[in-house]
Design a protein around this ligand. Structure first.
Ligand code: ASP
Length: 303
């Protein structure tokens, strides 16, 4: 398997969300429309349904937002956030764990450190499954919520200049978002040190790569910042790259810039920028709740 791309998936996204490659623009419009309706509604379409959250890697936002989404819609959740306390430590395979947990659930959310874990899980799962991050591969639900944030904050996606900065090599949210953005008429800039640049399989003609934010900050509509994924670096790798967004950058940026980050941040955006109305990273999480509600309703809300 190509280590960065999971292409040519023949699985309908309502059965399993593995990669953003599964979505068309029409699907995205449908999900965003439903997300907007669910954000104001008070219906409980998932009453009696249950979800298993199975996380082999740490998570704050993704696991709790799926939990909140499911319970707001009337459903229940079995949270397995710390597989170290499960039979995984006894040597149970991913396949057996999936087969076990699906007996108790109408859907599964899986985060795993292996890039091929989602596809392995999907091959044995008989209930809908959602990829909540597969190593440095993809994070499709994060990309959908990132795109939703852009469309909510700016009212449109086409025509924007979007700058992605940080660890573009290992950042799965970046990989999924870049692929989704290819469906729109956008200009993409990539800012990273050489060692953490975007894998060439994601690059297209018209893209621009930089080592510094300076040349692009003034033209940028959306600035998407990510942390260095230290857990995915070889122990010996030393990255000499500091890229905190500064007050000076914000002074030079457009008045309607949207500053985003999938979080956690570890110094890339100093807290003193949080009060800037252009800082959208906390609103981004709220949008994420609505997108995940829409996905759950679409996948298990109908009999
Ligand atoms: N929370 C995001 C992820 O799981 C971003 C990050 O960890 O840097 O990929």
């Amino acid at each position: 398997m190509d280590s960065y791309y999971m292409n040519d998936l023949d699985i309908p996204w309502r059965r399993a969300v593995v990669s953003v490659d599964q979505f068309s623009r029409a699907d995205i419009d449908e999900i965003f429309g439903l997300a907007a309706r669910l954000s104001v509604g008070r219906t409980m379409p998932l009453t009696g349904k249950s979800l298993v959250n199975l996380f082999y890697e740490p998570s704050t936002r993704t696991s709790s937002s799926f939990y909140a989404a499911m319970t707001r819609l009337g459903g229940s959740v079995i949270p397995i956030n710390e597989v170290n306390y499960s039979s995984v430590t006894k040597g149970e395979s991913l396949e057996d764990t999936i087969r076990t947990l699906e007996c108790y659930a109408d859907a599964l959310v899986l985060r795993h450190y292996d890039e091929d874990a989602t596809e392995r899980a999907v091959s044995v799962a008989s209930v809908p499954l959602i990829n909540a991050g597969n190593g440095a591969g993809e994070h499709p639900t994060q990309a959908l919520l990132d795109l939703y944030t852009i469309s909510k904050e700016r009212g449109h996606i086409d025509g924007l200049t979007i700058t992605l900065m940080g660890d573009l090599k290992h950042g799965r949210t970046v990989h999924s978002l870049v692929k989704l953005l290819r469906m729109y008429d956008v200009k993409l800039n990539f800012v990273s040190p050489q060692e953490l640049s975007l894998p060439s399989s994601y690059l297209m003609s018209g893209d621009s790569e930089y080592l510094d934010l300076d040349p692009v900050i003034e033209d940028t509509d959306i600035l998407y910042v990510t942390r260095v994924q230290r857990e995915r670096l070889a122990d010996t790798m030393v990255i000499d790259f500091s890229y905190a967004v500064t007050r000076d950058d914000m002074d030079r940026a457009k008045e309607n810039l949207v500053l985003m980050h999938p979080l956690p941040r570890v110094g890339e955006i100093p807290p003193e920028l949080d009060s800037d109305p252009r800082a959208a990273y906390f609103r981004q999480m709220k949008y994420g709740l609505h997108v995940r509600m829409a996905l759950l309703v679409s996948m298990i809300g109908r009999d």
